[in-house]
Design a protein. Structure first.
Length: 308
C-alpha cells in the first residue's frame, strides 16, 4: 500500500511538521512507514510538503483503506489547525487593507485586535467560546477532508479563498463588527469632548455634589446634605412619562447643568461602575472623587434618599 499527499502553503509549517510526527506515531507502531519531505521555493515563498505512507498491514486488524481514511482524517485536522492558528491573522489583515485603505494605521490595528477578540471570545461564557471555536475548526477540518477524498494536492491559500466561503464570511462579519465598534467609540469620544468643553466653559453652580447610584435611579445631595435632583426632575417629568428620556440621561444633564467643582461618587455597590457613572468620570475627570464607604454609604436605605 502506498499513499501520498502534498500540501503547498505560503506560510512556514514548522508546527505542521511537528504535529504530523506526533499524530502519526501510531502508524509506525503498526508497521507503516511515514515519510515527510519538503521543498521551499524562496522566489515564490512557497513550501511544498510531501507526506507519504507505505507499508503492508495484511495481518493487522485494520484494512489499508481504513488506515488511509484515518490518515486523511488526521491530516484534515492538522490543516484546520494550520489555517486557524497560522493563516487567520494574515486573512484578517488582508481583508482590513482591502476594505479600509484610507483608515489610519492606528485604527487598522484597533480593527485587527477587536476582530481577533470577536472571533475568539464572542460570548461572555468561556465554555461557550471554546465550543464555538471548536465548531469553527471542525467545519474547516470537515471541508478539508471532503477535498482530500478527490485530490492529492492542497494549495492552502487557494483552498481558503475558494473552498471556505462560510469561514471567510465569518471573518468579514467580525471585521465589520470591529469597524462599527471603532466608529461608535470615536463618536462617543467626540461626544465626551463636547460635554467636557461645555462643563469647563461655564461657572460652577455649587462646590460639591454627592452621587449615589440606586437600582432604579440615583440620589444627589450637596455638601450640606440637601437633596438636589428633585428641583430638576420636575422639568423632565413630561419626557419621562413619554419615555423620551431615561434617568441616566437626566442624571448626566443635571450634573452638566450644575457643573460642580467636585463630584463625590459613593461606591456602595456595583452600580458605581455603571455606564452613566463611567461617562460622568470621563466628562468631569479631575473633579471626581470616589467614596469607598462613609456613614451614608453604610446606612443608606435603597428605598429612600433621605439624607442622614
Amino acid at each position: 500500500m502506498y499513499y501520498q499527499f502534498v500540501v503547498s502553503t505560503a506560510i512556514k509549517m514548522d508546527i505542521f511538521h511537528e504535529n504530523l510526527e506526533q499524530r502519526f506515531a501510531w502508524i509506525k507502531e503498526r508497521g507503516y512507514m511515514l515519510n515527510i519531505d519538503s521543498q521551499v521555493n524562496n522566489q515564490c515563498n512557497i513550501e511544498e510538503i510531501y507526506i507519504s505512507l507505505k507499508g503492508d498491514n495484511s495481518n493487522g486488524i485494520f484494512r489499508d483503506e481504513d488506515v488511509i481514511y484515518i490518515f486523511k482524517h488526521q491530516i484534515s485536522e492538522i490543516l484546520a489547525d494550520h489555517i486557524i492558528c497560522q493563516w487567520e491573522e494574515t486573512i484578517i489583515w488582508k481583508e482590513i487593507f482591502r476594505k479600509f485603505r484610507r483608515v489610519s494605521h492606528q485604527d487598522k490595528n484597533y480593527i485587527f485586535e477587536k476582530t481577533i477578540a470577536f472571533l475568539k471570545k464572542c460570548n461572555s461564557n468561556e465554555s461557550l467560546n471554546m465550543l464555538m471555536n471548536f465548531g469553527r475548526k471542525n467545519k474547516i477540518a470537515h471541508r478539508v477532508l471532503e477535498y482530500i477524498y478527490d485530490n492529492d494536492l492542497l494549495v492552502v491559500e487557494g483552498f481558503i479563498n475558494f473552498c471556505l466561503p462560510d469561514y471567510l464570511k465569518e471573518i468579514r462579519f467580525a471585521i465589520d463588527l470591529a469597524y462599527e465598534e471603532l466608529r461608535n467609540e470615536k463618536e462617543y469620544n467626540e461626544f465626551i469632548k463636547l460635554l467636557r468643553y461645555f462643563v469647563d466653559s461655564q461657572p460652577a453652580k455649587t462646590n460639591e455634589v454627592n452621587l449615589l447610584m440606586e437600582n432604579e435611579g440615583f440620589c444627589l445631595w450637596d455638601g450640606k446634605g440637601s437633596k438636589i435632583e428633585e428641583d430638576f426632575l420636575s422639568s423632565y417629568l413630561d419626557d419621562i412619562l413619554l419615555d423620551d428620556i431615561n434617568l441616566d440621561d437626566i442624571l448626566i444633564s443635571i450634573l452638566i447643568t450644575i457643573a460642580p467643582r467636585r463630584i463625590i461618587i459613593h461606591d456602595n455597590n456595583q452600580l458605581a461602575d455603571s455606564s452613566p457613572v463611567e461617562m460622568i468620570k470621563n466628562v468631569f475627570k479631575d473633579r471626581i472623587q470616589v467614596c469607598r464607604g462613609c456613614e451614608r454609604c453604610l446606612l443608606h436605605n435603597r428605598e429612600t434618599c433621605e439624607p442622614h
